[in-house]
Design a binder for this molecule. Structure first.
Ligand code: AMP
Length: 399
């Protein structure tokens, strides 16, 4: 990692080590941790620090509490899951800054660990407010970032506090993700096929442009596919589109032609006359080839597209997938995303899945162990692919 120290290079015995982890885990209706993948991903770093005799202070965000204390987003349920994995007590603190926190942290013994309450209960976290960053920094002798899922954000705990702590380093998860993604995506084995889905084109403009320089083939799907379909003059019914981005979509096809990149759009669609996000149900379903009739909403890629995309994925040497190709939260429109997951699983090349939604689709189709690399950072891996600096990593550089 250029210019970034690893925790192996630090002496942490007896020191207060602030570890920014990504414990943004899904909770079930009873408030229990529904999937502990992100907790498990942080264990190598936490175990190492504890074995070295550090006093470990874990901090994370959970969900979007909008800068206010909200019991729904408390990290308390995470503390007991973490304690079970570490096989030692994890003291949960009801805030992340303030007198009580400072006192408790000052009295920690070697090899013990605390978990702070949700950083985003303070609006200053996302605003990267300097005083708040200094308060966090005052808790620590050493700063470690092991939250790969948030390194693309310039928040107080990922960037703002770092210059105010004497020593800094990347944890094992950040190191593993960076090394793998850089190695596989800077000079990918070809053909390099990228499957890109998700809701909006506007969120992914930068990455799509960057991909024209890197990928051999781009398979589009999800809500953003309809803006591209509209740009090619196809009827898309009531599907999600962003009219302001149709010109961008048109120019992208032109550039792709010049660069020789094979950009594909779905050739058929599963559509519904009604999408009820609240109850996670759909109205009537119909498959359209090419044009979608008035009044219908595209909710998933159709069977012919699944077949075509599966063929493309199978013959690639490197595949990167980000963003579901349909409204995968609803069972009836999750088929496309599950089939894409299956196609990656049988591909003999290197397969990389980035982001929570796609990882969920991979797990639902029971093929997680057949994917080469599941990246815990969707946004971070896209930004890395785009070649843009990641604020959480920039902060770790230099002395
Ligand atoms: P993103 O965060 O950009 O990766 O987008 C993920 C979201 O895209 C998920 O919540 C999906 O439900 C949504 N999505 C995928 N396909 C569609 C579609 N056809 N119409 C509306 N939303 C979609």
């Amino acid at each position: 990692m250029e210019g970034i120290r690893s925790i192996r290079e630090l002496t942490v015995e007896g020191k207060r080590v602030f570890v920014r982890v990504d414990f943004n885990v899904p909770l079930d209706e009873k408030g229990k941790v529904a999937d502990d993948m992100r907790i498990v991903a942080a264990l190598p770093t936490l175990r190492y620090l504890l074995e070295c005799g550090a006093k470990v202070i874990c901090a994370s965000h959970l969900g979007r509490p909008k800068g206010k204390r909200d019991g729904k987003y408390s990290l308390q349920p995470v503390a007991s899951v973490l304690a079970t994995h570490l096989n030692q007590p994890v003291l949960f603190l009801e805030d992340c800054v303030g007198k009580n926190v400072e006192q408790t942290v000052a009295n920690l013994s070697k090899g013990s660990i605390v978990l702070l309450e949700n950083l985003r209960f303070h609006a200053e976290e996302e605003a990267n407010e300097e005083n708040f960053a200094k308060q966090l920094a005052a808790l620590a002798d050493v700063y470690v970032n092991d939250a790969f899922g948030t390194v693309h954000r310039a928040h107080a705990s990922t960037a703002g506090m770092v210059p105010f702590v004497t020593e800094k380093a990347a944890g094992f998860l950040v190191e593993k993700e960076l090394t793998f993604l850089r190695q596989k995506m800077d000079a990918p084995e070809r053909p390099f096929c990228v499957v890109l889905g998700g809701a909006k084109v506007s969120d992914k403009i930068g990455v799509i442009e960057a991909l024209l320089e890197k990928a051999d083939q781009i398979l589009l799907g999800g809500g953003m596919g309809y803006t591209f379909a509209a740009a090619q003059g196809h009827a898309v019914g009531k599907s999600l589109t962003e009219p302001d981005f149709i010109e961008f979509a048109k120019s992208l096809f032109e550039k792709a032609k010049v660069k020789g990149v094979d950009v594909r759009l779905p050739i058929d669609h599963v559509a519904s006359d009604c999408v009820r996000f609240q109850s996670r149900t759909l109205g009537a379903l119909k498959v359209f080839e090419g044009e979608i009739e008035d009044g219908w909403i595209g909710v998933d890629i159709g069977p012919k597209t699944i077949e075509m995309y599966t063929q493309c994925i199978r013959s690639a040497k490197t595949v990167f997938w980000n963003g579901p190709v349909g409204i995968f939260e609803i069972e009836a429109s999750a088929t496309g995303s599950k089939q894409i997951a299956q196609a990656l699983a049988v591909c003999e090349g290197t397969t990389i899945v980035g982001g929570g939604d796609c990882i969920k689709a991979v797990k639902q189709s029971g093929c997680a162990s057949d994917i080469t690399f599941l990246s815990t950072g969707g946004g971070a891996s896209l930004q890395l692919l785009e070649g843009k600096p990641l604020p959480g990593l920039e902060a770790l550089k230099g002395k």
